[in-house]
Design a protein around this ligand. Structure first.
Ligand code: ZN
Ligand code: FE
Length: 277
């Protein structure tokens, strides 16, 4: 993702966004690094605060000071440096516990609790369900809070896009993305990067007759002009408009000249087209 420096600076001038969700869950979202979002998830009565990944330890600590919150849990989605690079500093600063996928225990710094697919945690007064979503990395996991109706998806899903398939196979990534079809459509999605504007550009290229998508692209362009985040999204919006999730595969396959191909094959082709875009 290449933004100009001026763009990054302006974006960082907007320092955070607070969302109050169901089940007493508050989410503080803040931009950090080039195009990442950091997330602090707070539950008042337990006093617990989880940070989803540690893209920027100094920024996480600064945001916690402002809110008067203490990180008790670090919930890692995957081992990449812009997600787990701040683990050591955040863990030591707050004496927090680090969670991550069991088979990434060698790659996630300072990991304490080893999570498995479909495991359920009870933290922040909430049930938190873990889903293993291999594709972007082999050990990628995502965190679903069903009562608060929110899901933290790391680099598996982006608004109007999905993560690059670095370690897994295209079929694995397609299976991982299919998980989102089983969730409540009202579920709020927080992704790890602000990639929506370029994703929208690609989506309109690969699915050119989709009028709803064009309207959405205009909305996104307007938000980004004001340096506003395009996130969160929802399952409902992504299932309808995201070109990687299959809703419009018939039209997309026609445009690509691969009518009748399997959904996995169409997904793989769309992902390859995005990599070249
Ligand atoms: Zn990543
Ligand atoms: Fe990332």
């Amino acid at each position: 993702m290449s933004y100009s420096n001026g763009y990054i600076k302006d974006m960082l001038a907007k320092e955070n966004y607070l969302f109050e969700l169901n089940a007493g869950i508050k989410v503080l979202m803040f931009p950090c690094l080039n195009d990442n979002y950091g997330y602090l998830v707070h539950h008042e009565s337990s006093g617990h605060t989880a940070c989803i990944d540690t893209p920027d330890a100094d920024e996480i600590i600064a945001q916690c000071k402002k809110m008067n919150w203490q990180v008790t849990h670090i919930l890692n989605t995957h081992h990449h440096f812009d997600h787990a690079g701040g683990n050591e500093r955040v863990k030591n600063f707050f004496n927090a516990t680090v969670y991550g996928f069991i088979h990434d225990k060698e790659r996630i710094p300072e990991i304490d609790v080893l999570l498995e697919d479909l495991e359920e945690l009870n933290l922040l007064g909430s049930k938190i369900k873990i889903f293993h979503t291999p594709g972007h990395t082999l050990g990628h996991i995502i965190y679903h809070f069903p009562e608060a109706k929110v899901i933290f998806v790391g680099d598996t899903l982006f608004s109007l896009g999905c993560g690059r398939v670095f370690e897994g196979t295209m079929n694995q990534m397609w299976d991982s993305l299919n998980l989102f079809k089983k969730l409540d459509p009202e579920t709020i999605i927080f992704c790890a990067h602000e990639y929506t504007e370029s994703n929208a550009k690609f989506a309109c290229y690969i699915d050119p007759d989709n009028e709803k998508l064009k309207k959405m692209q205009q909305k996104i362009i307007n938000l980004r002009k004001q340096n506003m985040p395009t996130l969160p999204s929802t399952i409902k919006v992504e299932l309808e408009l995201n070109p990687f999730l299959g809703r419009n595969f018939k039209n997309i396959a026609q445009n690509l000249g691969i009518e009748g191909a399997s959904p996995e094959a169409i997904f793989a082709r769309v992902r390859a087209e995005k990599d070249r875009f």
